[in-house]
Design a protein around this ligand. Sequence first.
Ligand code: HEC
Length: 149
Amino acid sequence: MRKMLLILTVLLVPAVAGAQGMMHHMMKDVKDERTVLNFPPEMKVVQKKMMREHMATVAAIVSLIAEGKLEEAGSLAKEKLGTNPEDIKRCSKMAKMAGEPDFLELGMAMHENADELAEHARMEHRKATLKSLGELINSCNACHERYRH
Ligand code: HEC
C-alpha cells in the first residue's frame, strides 16, 4: 500500500506540476483581441438569452432535418432566424447602441443565411439544406470572432 502511494506520488506529482506549467505557459500570452460591445449590463443579459434561443433553434433544425421534416425545418429557420422586419429592427438598434456598423452587417448575414436554408428546405433539397446549415453556423461564428461582451 505504502509502496503504491510512493509510486503514485513519484509519478503523479511531476505529471500534475508539468501539466500546470504547460497550461501556464499556454496562457501566458493569451489576449482576447475581439471588440467589446458597448452594451449596458441589461442589454447583455437580453442578448445572451436571445443567443441561447438561437442555439436551441439550430438544434431543432438539425433534428428536423434528421427526421426528414425539411419543410418544418425551413419554416422554423425562416421564423426564428430569417430576415423578419422585427429582427432587423432589433439588430440595427443594437448596432447603433454599440456604435458598431459591422455588428449589423454580421447580424444580417446570419439572417440571410437562414433565409437561404429555408428556401432549400422548402424545395426538399436535403444536401443543399445541410450545406446552408454549415454556412449559417459559420455566420454565427463570424460575429463571435469579432465581438464580445
Ligand atoms: C451579430 C453578432 C452575433 C451573431 C450573428 C450571433 N451571435 Fe451569438 N453572441 C454574440 C455576442 C456578442 C455574444 C456574447 C459573447 C460574450 O459573452 O462575450 C454571443 C453569445 C452567444 C452564446 C452564449 C450565450 C450565453 O449565455 O453566454 C451563444 C450560445 C450564441 N451566441 C449562439 C449563437 C448562434 C447559434 C448564432 C447563430 C444562429 C449566433 N449566436 C449569432 C453575437 C452574435
